[in-house]
Design a protein. Structure first.
Length: 77
């Protein structure tokens, strides 16, 4: 029971950090960890954001090489 809950929370945190990595990549805005107290909290937040960026890069690389995805041509306005 406890391991299932721990896995669920870990998955949620990685999913949230992956969304934040996507926002950073597509808009240039990033989550500011400077407002967190220096020390373990800031270090943990930076580690989790880095994990989200790695997961996002893995998903992007998979979509580039997979035949299940295709690039949509740019829309003309």
């Amino acid at each position: 029971m406890v391991l299932g809950r721990l896995f669920h929370y870990t998955f949620d945190i990685v999913l949230l950090s992956t969304v934040l990595a996507g926002v950073k990549r597509h808009t240039g805005f990033q989550f500011s960890t400077s407002s967190l107290p220096e020390g373990p909290a800031q270090q943990t937040a930076n580690t989790l954001l880095g994990a989200g960026e790695r997961v996002f890069e893995l998903a992007a690389a998979t979509s580039y090489t997979s035949s299940l995805f295709e690039r949509e041509p740019p829309k003309v306005k």
